[in-house]
Design a protein around this ligand. Structure first.
Ligand code: SF4
Length: 413
């Protein structure tokens, strides 16, 4: 790749560049001592290990129970996080050009297009195993299966039936998913030749869950207002750290005022009240302007649909049913009717002034449920806006249109 700094290869210069990047991130974490900065540091540091020769590199879906990997001291490679991270660095241009050259339809979710282009052009490490979960979408299962074939790596999928609309998944379904996880956990040991310590990983994951569950309970009760966009980004990265010592400590940092100081929602002067919004689905990772404009106009995202995960601890002596329940009853899994019901209930509980749905380009899962979600909000009398965009996009006509739509929505509120 002419003109591009080699930051991902095995060379000495590549490891120097990676070392400098890591040192900069470490300095930021030590200076601020916040959960957000430490999570950035620990996610980066764990991910850089994946670039070392001979590393075990499991490409996994976003909701994969990473404790099954932490049990063996293995870090996951999550394509959505890899794609969002790369497009926020100097590699954005090269990875976008590589994605444009691929023989792939434009309607494929950009998280997957970018991740595929990145691995094929040595910007992300190649998989040594591919582990999916049917939640949330078919696209990433296709990506994982295709990569497994190309790189001659094993592919496994935890298959999870859709939950009923009104009640929890049945105990039979949970038992079936738990059994799939148990078998997969054993297989990972066979493939890697490593010894597991699932109890330790679950203990660390539970520390993180207990902390995150407390923070979310405070937010739901209205006693704590956090900036939903930044919180989303932090929890998004945190996916790499469940089941690790660093993850436990970083989520626990959220319990202190200092640790969450850069995640709090802004307050307005002179007692003016902010318009409080609920954000549905993913966020435009690289478009801070829309959120800055919202704040200038006295509005803030105080809660994010996707932060609702890992809120309960699991039984360390019998962890698989608890890990399974996180998938079978995930808030974004199931029918559009279920998603709409849960989100309207959430909006009412938070007493938000409105909800915003981000229509990420290429996401059939998100876009497909939009009409049902929208009518549920309209019926409940809660202002609702859907804006189009690409979660990895930056600038451009579409983002300008979305900003205008947001401005009009805020005026209406
Ligand atoms: S945005 Fe949609 S299509 Fe893309 S990874 Fe997420 S659920 Fe899948």
């Amino acid at each position: 790749m002419p003109g591009m700094a080699d930051v991902t290869g095995d060379s000495f210069s590549a490891s120097l560049i990676r070392g400098a990047f890591l040192a900069q991130t470490r300095w930021k974490a030590m200076k601020s001592r916040t959960a957000r900065r430490y999570m950035e540091l620990h996610a980066l540091s764990a991910s850089l290990e994946l670039f070392k020769p001979g590393a075990v590199v499991p490409w996994v879906s976003y909701l994969f129970p990473t404790e099954l990997l932490a049990s063996y001291g293995i870090t996951p490679m999550i394509p959505e996080i890899g794609a969002a991270t790369l497009t926020g660095t100097d590699l954005r241009g090269p990875v976008e050009s590589a994605a444009d050259r691929m023989p792939l339809a434009r309607d494929v979710c950009s998280y997957h297009r970018i991740a595929l282009a990145a691995v094929e052009n040595d910007m992300l490490p190649a998989p040594t195993m591919c582990l999916g979960t049917t939640p949330l979408c078919l696209g990433k299962e296709c990506l994982l299966e295709m990569l497994a074939l190309r790189y001659d790596a094993p592919f496994r999928e935890i298959r999870v039936p859709l939950p009923p609309d009104e009640v929890e998944a049945s105990s039979e379904v949970v038992a079936d998913v738990a059994e799939q996880m148990r078998v997969l956990h054993e297989d990972i040991g066979r493939w890697t030749g490593r010894k597991p310590d699932l109890k330790k990983a679950i203990g660390l994951s539970n520390r993180a869950s207990a902390a995150w569950g407390r923070v979310m309970a405070e937010r739901l009760a209205g006693r704590l207002e956090m900036n939903g966009r930044r919180t989303f980004a932090t929890v998004f990265l945190g996916q790499l750290l469940w089941g690790t010592e660093e993850g436990a400590r970083d989520f626990e940092r959220l319990l202190t005022e200092r640790g969450r100081s850069d995640l709090l929602a802004p307050a307005l002067d002179e007692g003016r009240r902010l318009k409080r919004l609920l954000w549905l689905h993913t966020v435009p990772h690289h478009d801070s302007e829309i959120f800055e404009m919202m704040e200038r106009r006295g509005a803030v995202v105080i809660f994010e649909e996707m932060g609702q995960m890992h809120l309960e601890t699991v039984d360390p002596d019998d962890p698989f049913p608890g890990l399974a329940r996180r998938l079978t009853d995930n808030v974004l899994w199931g029918s559009s009717t279920r998603r709409a019901r849960l989100n309207v209930a959430l909006a009412k509980r938070l007493k938000v002034d409105g909800a915003v749905h981000f229509n990420h380009w290429g996401c059939r899962h998100g876009l497909g449920s939009l009409p049902v979600v929208r009518s549920a909000f309209v019926e409940a009398g809660i202002p609702f806006l859907a804006i189009d965009g690409d979660a990895l996009g930056r600038g451009g006509a579409q983002q300008e249109k979305s900003r205008q739509a947001m401005e009009s929505f805020l005026e209406l509120l």
